[in-house]
Design a protein around this ligand. Structure first.
Ligand SMILES: [Zn+2]
Length: 87
């Protein structure tokens, strides 16, 4: 009988710990820590890299050299690629 009570207590403790863990995971998933002050336009994907249309190097749009081509922004890895794209 004592063993059964101990087992029940153990299960209760495990359930409490497990539930706390699940709660923490859910809270972490629903509210991810956003990198403050990085100026990202989308909170879900902080850094969405785009390929340079000339050489294919992936660049971060916020830091890349960009130009507007028919209403849409195009991002380049370097000044050289931008001038090549224009010519
Ligand atoms: Zn390039």
């Amino acid at each position: 009988m004592l063993r059964l009570l101990l087992l029940l207590a153990l299960f209760w403790v495990i359930a409490r710990v497990f539930w706390g863990f699940i709660e923490g995971v859910v809270r972490g998933a629903s509210m991810p820590p956003t990198g403050g002050g990085r100026g990202s336009n989308s909170p879900r994907s902080p850094v969405k890299m785009q390929p340079c249309p000339v050489c294919g190097t992936y660049v971060v749009p916020g830091k890349a050299i960009s130009t507007i081509k028919s209403g849409a922004p195009v991002h380049f890895c370097s000044e050289k690629c931008r001038s090549e794209y224009r010519s």
